[in-house]
Design a protein around this ligand. Structure first.
Ligand code: HT7
Ligand code: ZN
Length: 858
């Protein structure tokens, strides 16, 4: 398959101002009649032909200006029509089979309903069309079908008309806002809605609906409230109002990603709509709020201004992730949200940036665009724009985004357009900063502190590692928020923003009679790793005293990471190990006792660095050793702090259920306490977890307890798992949790459990949520996925081969864990590479999986 390059972009030679679509809907056969008005594009080179993309389509009829066409040819899957004049009308008829569409791209059937997913290139599976984001059209859509099977007919925009004759009914929809084909959507099915309304500052009353299957309605309140909060927040914080009279959200259970921002008709994975106390954890509630916000915010950052081409994907995704992160910060605990976002970035994006799939946030080439919906485009993309905000300040940044929205409204824009608007509106010089868009790799910043007389000097160095296709890098501007603490008073006299924009830099600060303690990258102001020689004493100091919550969290993490990395490397004798563990236990004790902390933050400070993050700190990871040392540290802390952890668990258990931060925090620390106790005192923890499980009146407590039990070899384990399944067997999202908990557990027999679960009657390769629930959880499990004999790797490779013909997008995502082979010790590395080679040799691979496997092999 061909490589598509950013530098080859040319505008499309034709404009398609109007599209009329007519769908005669059926689950096994849908007939699509498309009427396109096409005009020559004055801004492009003229062409005698128009290329209409198709993917697996059969042409039933083609007319040009009402006459059968004889001047067309197929070029692969595309339809190429020769057109003599300036303006024509094309009529195209295709027949498709939604029930056979297991890829879940284009028009597909899910649970008896019909829905679409068109981003990035799904529209070409419905009808022949210039399926590229820079072709914007106004859509009028007629849908007709059996009224009993599809009582609800939804499409983008506003409903213009509807009617019926006998058993068949129809609806006509019109979307006044020109849009690219990837934002097209329709839904037909037997659905019910929670309805509400929102009045914009401009006085427009918007009808809001959340559509779900009958029986799920009482789990939609949180989604609706989140939507209303999002609409209000975007008006207040970014000055963006909604622009239609209707906003529909539909939940579907078969979906490749989280949700999709189709104009006026967002389609969501049920996982990000349905939530109630009994079946959703606090994390699930937060996920619903975040994704509802994200898709809603796309109405401006994505729909009103879209992308010129798919290389600009981060223009809408990076910016919208930043917007949803800021929204959730404002709705919930800002410091905790920031810590969670950094944890995701470092757990997922940093490994991508240091592996064979590393790419810049504006890539130069791809084979399959679906492979570029990555943590780099999304999360690093958000961090890059967040740095602009840090450098500009909030007010000036808002001037920049206002200018961007004004200047490019209605356009298909580029990242360059965004940067220029921020430069002009916020008054920044971003010439050198543009390197963040073109250079991949996580910069490493080293810093040393020296002290002479009354002056402290900080010496910085930056180094950006080589990544595939980019051997040499240039220094980038790195905004580092820092503070220098006086050891005596435990205070600092103000924060500084250091711009590290050269390979090396020295910055001096006067007024320090003694060497200060450096707090660096506060708030995680730049997506970099910090390398510095820092004493455990200084980390303990910062862990207790730093007034920046992220920096305090970071000090706790560094304390544990420092110890674990040395322990894994075998650099510590037992006395040194004891001393390190004691320091960490002291820092934990301080956090447990600090009554100025809320429990949400306390939970973060007590969180152990993840296996993925620890592996990232080592040149060649030894998964087994990291896992052992991590568990040993947990056990040591559980032992040293047993009584405090028990007290914490008891105190937190006394709080009744509520969705406020205090109650959420209490639930969080309860399970954190259990995990440490489980490592140290499995019997005590098993009893406590069993009680927490059976007494739970909410899913957070129940799932937390079950997670702990699932990892123990205790007699209570089987009973609790069985009870959980029987309680929730009719709720697919909770059954997903049941699969995940077992696949990610600390139990030594996880491999066998996963094999058995693969044969469970509720397992299916057709539902991405279920596949991810079992196998993504498994691929993240250190001891099972990385089993020494390679069985875990073999299982993931087998899954990829079996899933690829069914759902290539989902299959390709499982290549990533095997792609870590270059960063693992030699024996496992060879086994992982061997599995990648086995996949590569299989033949008949999808473009998605082929691209990921070849890139991963390097
Ligand atoms: N913009 C949406 C992307 C998306 C997607 C991409 C490929 C295949 C399936 C997909 N479903 C949704 C989601 C978002 O970022 O908002
Ligand atoms: Zn998005």
């Amino acid at each position: 398959s061909a490589i598509i390059r950013r530098e080859d972009y040319t505008p499309f030679p034709w404009l398609v101002p109007q599209v009329h679509l007519s769908f005669e809907l059926g689950v096994e056969q849908t007939r699509v009649t498309s009427r396109l008005t096409v005009e020559r594009n004055p801004a492009a080179d003229a062409s005698p032909t128009i290329r209409l993309n198709g993917d697996g389509l059969k042409l039933s009829e083609l007319q040009v200006d009402g006459e059968p066409c004889s001047t067309h040819a197929m070029d692969g899957d595309d339809l190429v029509v020769t057109l003599p004049g300036e303006r024509h009308e094309l009529t195209i008829v295709t027949q498709i089979d939604p029930a056979a569409n297991s890829q879940l791209m284009g028009l597909y059937a899910s649970n008896g309903m019909l829905c679409t997913q068109c981003e990035a290139e799904g529209f070409r599976r419905i009808t022949f069309f210039p399926d590229r984001p820079d072709v914007l059209s106004t859509y009028t859509v007629r849908m007709s079908g059996p009224a009993a099977q599809f009582p609800i007919l939804l499409c983008n925009g506003n409903k213009a008309d509807s009617g019926g004759d006998g058993d068949t009914h129809w609806a006509e929809w019109h979307d006044p806002w020109p849009k690219p084909a990837y934002l097209f959507a329709l839904v037909a099915g037997d659905l019910v809605a929670r309805s509400d309304s929102f009045t914009t500052t401009g006085g427009r009353t918007v009808e809001l609906n959340v559509w779900v299957r009958d029986g799920d309605l009482d789990r939609t309140e949180h989604a609706m409230e989140s939507l209303k909060r999002s609409m209000k927040w975007d008006e207040e914080v970014f000055g963006r109002e909604y622009d239609l009279d209707l906003f529909n959200i539909v939940a579907v259970s078969d979906f490749n990603m989280g949700a999709m921002e189709n104009k006026g008709l967002n389609v969501f994975n049920t996982k990000y709509v349905l939530a109630d106390q009994e079946t959703a954890t606090d994390g699930d509630f937060d996920g619903v709020e975040g994704v509802i916000g994200h898709e809603y915010f796309h109405n401006w950052s994505g729909n009103r201004i879209t992308c010129r081409d798919w290389f600009q994907l981060s223009l809408k995704e990076g910016f919208t992730v930043l917007r949803d992160q800021l929204f959730s910060q404002d709705m919930d605990s800002a410091p905790v949200k920031r810590i969670e976002d950094v944890r995701i970035l470092r757990g997922v994006q940093f490994p991508e940036d240091s592996g064979p799939l590393a790419h810049s946030i504006r890539p130069d080439s791809y084979r399959e665009i679906s492979n570029f919906y990555t943590p780099t485009i999304y999360n690093k993309g958000a961090e890059v724009i967040r740095m602009m905000r840090t450098m500009a300040g909030e007010e000036a940044f808002r001037k920049g985004t206002d200018l961007y929205f004004d200047r490019h409204d209605g356009e298909a824009a580029t990242c360059e357009d965004f940067i220029t608007a921020i430069e002009d509106g916020a008054g920044l010089d971003l010439r050198q900063f543009r390197l963040w868009y073109s250079q991949a790799g996580t910069p490493k910043v080293s810093v040393a502190v020296t002290h002479d007389g009354d002056t402290a000097a900080l010496t910085f160095k930056q180094d950006i590692p080589a990544t595939p296709g980019q051997a040499d890098k240039q220094p980038m501007p790195i905004p580092l928020r820092i503070a220098l603490f006086d050891r005596e008073s435990g205070k600092h006299d103000g924060e500084h923003l250091v711009m590290l924009d050269t390979a090396e830099k020295e910055v001096r600060f006067a007024g320090f009679a003694a060497p200060p303690v450096l707090s660096i990258n506060r708030g995680f102001s730049a997506p970099v790793t910090i390398d510095r020689a820092v004493s455990r004493d200084d980390l303990v100091f910062l862990a207790a005293k730093d007034d920046d919550p992220f920096a305090r969290y970071e000090a706790m993490q560094d304390l544990m990471v420092g110890h674990l990395v040395s322990a894994v490397a075998g650099e510590m004798d037992s006395a040194e190990r004891d001393a390190a563990r004691q320091d960490i236990a002291c820092a934990f004790a301080a956090v447990l006792e600090d009554d100025r902390l809320d429990d949400l933050m306390r939970g973060e400070l007590l969180m152990m660095p993840s296996q993925a993050y620890l592996s990232e700190q080592m040149l060649l990871a030894e998964p087994g050793r990291i896992h052992e040392e991590r568990e040993a540290l947990k056990a040591a802390l559980g032992s040293a702090l047993e009584s405090q952890l028990l007290t914490l668990h008891k105190r937190a258990s006394a709080l009744p259920f509520a969705l406020d931060q205090a109650a959420k925090g209490a639930r969080k620390v309860k399970t954190v306490a259990l995990t440490y106790l489980a490592a140290a005192k499995p019997d005590t923890a098993s009893d406590l977890a069993e009680k927490q499980y059976s007494g739970a009146d909410n899913m957070t407590d129940r799932q937390g307890a079950l997670m702990v039990l699932a990892g123990l070899q205790s007699p209570a384990r089987t009973g609790a798992l069985l009870d959980f399944y029987n309680r929730y067997r009719d709720n697919p999202l909770v059954v997903d949790k049941w699969f995940s908990l077992q696949a990610s557990s600390l139990h030594p027999q996880v491999l066998q459990h996963v094999k058995a679960l693969r044969d469970h009657p509720d397992f299916t390769l057709k539902n991405p949520n279920r596949v991810r629930a079992l196998y993504m959880a498994f691929a993240a499990s250190p001891h099972a996925f990385h089993a020494e004999d390679g069985e875990g790797y073999r299982m993931i490779a087998d899954l990829i081969l079996e899933l690829d013909p069914i759902n290539a997008q989902t299959a390709a995502r499982f290549v990533t864990p095997l792609g870590r082979w270059q960063r693992i010790e030699p024996a496992r590395s060879a086994l992982m590479r061997g599995e990648l080679e086995r996949i590569a040799e299989a033949g008949n691979l999808s473009r998605d999986t082929f691209e990921q496997v070849t890139r991963s092999l390097g």
